[in-house]
Write a protein that binds this ligand. Structure first.
Ligand SMILES: Nc1ncnc2c1ncn2[C@@H]1O[C@H](COP(=O)(O)OP(=O)(O)OP(=O)(O)O)[C@@H](O)[C@H]1O
Ligand SMILES: [Mg+2]
Length: 255
């Protein structure tokens, strides 16, 4: 829990650091990035997939010039994208790849086909979990599926809802211990976010934490997270390029 919060807050922080950010709301079953930013987009990805709108036409602007591709809500039609829909999305995104330094993809929970699809398309995979045993199990299940079925070897872990840093490290230790034993993967711990009731307040006010309470401990945690995401080695392609992302999409399409 906390994927959407992480995406929204990190997006604002990256934009503040001068990065051009696109958020792809890939929670196609139940969208919420637009709600988090207090936006009411007229069109969304449903219109794109229905071939009623082009991707450019559904792009909306959030805080700090962040661009968002909203998923819309309530429409259950795209819980599983067809090969053709994936290809259309890929081509349309490819046409705008020079406009952005970071593309953040917010997925739905679980291990549905859309979730695995967007994860394998991404350059880096960020797994958001909490100290809850069920959440840890879910995080492990996702990494297991992505490594055994899709050959993903590297994951970045974020632990949300923590009481203290020790709790986050404990989650990391637990996951790496099982992963080392049963899976051929590496997990990088890239940060934690405290449990903070002001997060609920932020949702209610339809503003992100780092804007509403920039001096809070939670906002500092998001800032540290954004810094480590900025520092991720972008090894394959020149720094800042998201072309690699699209190559991966293509590779995946041909698997
Ligand atoms: N660290 C936190 N402290 C307190 N509340 C939080 C924290 N992180 C998230 N929340 C709250 O929990 C709820 C779910 O968070 P969020 O929508 O970011 O999770 P999600 O993983 O995207 O969920 P979903 O799988 O439904 O998309 C929101 O109301 C959010 O404000
Ligand atoms: Mg979400």
């Amino acid at each position: 829990m906390g994927k959407t919060a992480v995406v929204a807050n990190v997006a604002v922080l990256l934009a503040r650091m001068g990065k051009r950010v696109l958020i792809l709301d890939a929670d196609l079953g139940l969208a919420n990035i637009d709600v988090v930013f207090g936006l009411a987009p007229g069109y969304n990805l449903n219109h794109f997939f229905a071939e009623e709108q082009e991707l450019d036409d559904i792009l909306v602007e959030g805080p700090m010039g962040i661009k968002i591709l909203p998923a819309g809500s309530g429409v259950q039609r795209f819980t599983r994208l067809s090969a053709n829909e994936k290809m259309r999305l890929l081509e349309a995104l490819d046409a705008m790849h020079n406009d952005f330094d970071f593309v953040l993809i917010d997925t739905e929970a679980g291990i549905s086909e859309n979730v695995t699809y967007f994860n394998t398309a991404a350059h880096e995979i960020l797994v958001v979990t909490t100290p809850e045993p069920t959440a840890i199990t879910d995080a492990y299940a996702l990494m297991k599926l992505l490594s055994t079925q899709y050959h993903e070897k590297h994951f970045n872990l974020i632990v949300n809802f923590i009481k203290n840093e020790e709790e986050a490290l404990d989650v990391y230790r637990k996951l790496t211990m099982v992963a080392n034993r049963y899976l051929d993967i590496s997990i990088d711990y890239i940060g934690s976010i405290p449990r903070d009731k002001m997060m609920i307040d932020a949702i209610r006010k339809q503003q992100v934490m780092v804007e509403l309470y920039p001096d809070s401990k939670t906002s500092s945690a998001f800032a540290a997270l954004a810094r480590s995401i900025m520092q991720e080695p972008q090894s394959i392609e020149p720094k800042g390029s998201i072309q690699f992302f699209w190559k991966r999409l293509l590779d995946f399409g041909s698997k």
